[in-house]
Design a protein around this ligand. Structure first.
Ligand code: ADP
Length: 493
């Protein structure tokens, strides 16, 4: 059978290296690039934020005046074009009054008050720019709430449009905890018929819910791991949308994010003290020393270093960790943290650091170089998340031979298997219950193995470093769901 090539428009509110607040930006760069490398016609589109402008990469204007409806008026934007590193075209929607701001979604104190308008405009610009460019993709791949209205527009206002009527949509949920909830008075901004503000449409407990919009109207829905795709259909993880997701479960798929090994590989990483690989592990010892120096901690060869790089919030398991961190370091373990987020957690980590100054190191802020040093220099990597749609850090840790200790949730459950000495199988340590004691016991198991059975630990490192989580497999799975989305387009509505 001849290979099917797709035309894809990939729509995201952030794309690395232009603008990044989380994992979505990495995916929005890596996946389109991987598809392009396979010969597909893929184009990316994002807002032209100040941050994107300041990235200083060349762009050219391709549409000087693109009219986009918003509420009962039409506002003009400009469309620019640039390229990702492998030549994948990326379009930027330039509308300075919305996007030329210091932050993407708002300052640390909270969201911008006009986020509904900013991203409804962005979503409405998608069908309009396709018309202006006469580009008919097979599939529009939407990501998270900022793009949730695109599938709605295709199924309503543009359903008879000669160019767009056959275009399918795919909606990817990267984190269901962020839904794009806005009050009902924003409904006229959408330009949609008021009847759509209903339980069958985009209404959610009296508000507009843009994630629900994507879920209800897309031809296919994906999320970033198989386990998370199951979890979000339950009340515990569904954030109130579990019923909506269950109703669409036949169209819901879990596809794991891949790792960019060009960026995260100890054999070629320029940001770490010494490069190393499976056959030459001496470099990892130097990285450990270097990491401890960074944190002003003393080096003891047989003391394991437990690393953590994380947003500090409810999701990432800070509360259960803080309850037992003192007991963990009492096992003769050194703990280093790099994080940003809730001040209440920062204060508690700082207080423990003062209590155990020779065992605990904490640094707050976003620091990519230090993140690489932790991945390389630590012996173990901690991710005790309450929920984790995919998680990238544990995947990077595997490559660096830094053994993950994780809770069995979402992508952590899909990527980490408990190591068993008897069989020599497994790549990490995984506990089930979201409880401080479960985390403590699992960490103690890891520390005991590290100290008492270096041979087994070496085998475990080998298993971890050999694992392949590159984009290859996931790209194939996305191509399969693009095909399904195209097929479904003709069946639904
Ligand atoms: P999430 O997207 O939920 O924050 P992931 O594990 O999927 O979690 O991705 C986190 C990414 O962000 C990793 O590449 C990690 O190294 C990076 N990261 C997180 N916090 C920091 C920080 N404070 N400094 C540098 N990098 C960070």
């Amino acid at each position: 059978m001849a290979k099917q090539t797709f035309k894809i428009l990939f729509v995201a509110s952030e794309v690395a290296p232009y603008a990044k607040t989380g994992g979505l930006a990495d995916v929005a760069n890596a996946l389109p690039s991987a598809l392009k490398a396979l010969g597909h016609d893929v184009r990316v589109v994002m807002p032209y934020y100040r941050m994107a402008k300041e990235a200083g990469k060349p762009v050219r204007t391709i549409l000087d005046s693109l009219e986009v409806p918003i509420a009962d008026r039409r506002e003009t934007a400009r469309l620019l074009e640039g390229e990702l590193s492998n030549g994948t075209p990326i379009y930027f929607l330039q509308k300075n009054s919305y996007y030329d701001r210091e932050f993407l979604y708002g300052p640390p104190q909270g969201d911008y008050p006009d986020n509904a308008e900013r991203f409804m405009y962005f979503s409405r610009a998608i069908p309009e720019l396709l018309r202006a460019l006469s580009f008919r993709p097979d599939v529009i791949h939407c990501n998270d709430w900022q793009t949730g209205l695109v599938p709605v527009y295709l199924k309503t206002l543009y359903q008879d449009d000669p160019l767009l009527k056959e275009v399918a949509s795919l909606y990817t949920i990267h984190n269901l905890a962020y839904q794009g909830l806005f009050w009902h008075l924003d409904m006229p901004l959408t330009g949609l018929p008021p009847q759509l503000f209903s339980p069958e449409g985009i209404e959610f407990y009296g508000k507009i819910n843009l994630t629900k919009a994507g879920i209800v109207f897309a031809d296919v829905i994906t999320t970033v791991s198989k386990k998370y795709s199951q979890e979000i259909q339950t009340p515990e993880y569904g954030c109130g949308l579990e019923g909506v997701l269950r109703a669409r479960s036949a169209a819901l798929y879990g596809i794991l994010n891949g790792a960019d090994y060009g960026e995260w590989n100890p054999a070629s990483d320029d940001l770490i003290a010494a490069k190393y690989d499976l056959e030459h592990l001496e470099g990892k010892k130097l990285c450990k020393k270097d990491l401890l120096t960074e944190y002003d901690l003393s080096h003891r060869e047989y003391t394991p270093v437990l690393g953590m790089i994380s947003r500090l919030n409810e999701q990432k398991g800070c509360d259960i960790l803080l309850d037992v961190l003192g007991r963990i370091v009492d096992l003769d373990v050194t703990f280093v943290l790099l994080g940003t987020g809730d001040e209440k957690y920062q204060h508690r980590f700082q207080a423990l650091q003062r209590q155990y100054p020779d065992r605990i190191g904490v640094k707050f802020g976003f620091n990519n170089r230090l993140a690489h040093k932790i991945e390389a220099g630590a012996d173990m990597f901690l991710m005790p998340s309450r929920f984790e749609p995919c998680g990238l850090s544990q995947i990077y840790s595997l490559k660096y031979g830094t053994i993950p200790i994780v809770r069995a949730t979402g992508g952590l459950d899909d990527t980490i298997q408990n190591y068993r000495v008897k069989t020599g199988r497994g790549n990490g340590f995984k506990f089930q219950e979201y409880l401080p004691e479960a985390l403590f016991q699992k960490t103690m198991e890891a520390v005991t193995l590290y100290r008492q059975n270096p041979k087994a630990w070496h085998k475990l490192m080998q298993n971890a470093m050999k694992a392949d989580f590159s984009w290859k497999k996931s790209t194939r799975q996305y191509l399969e769901v693009y095909r399904i989305a195209k097929e479904r387009k003709t069946e639904r509505f």
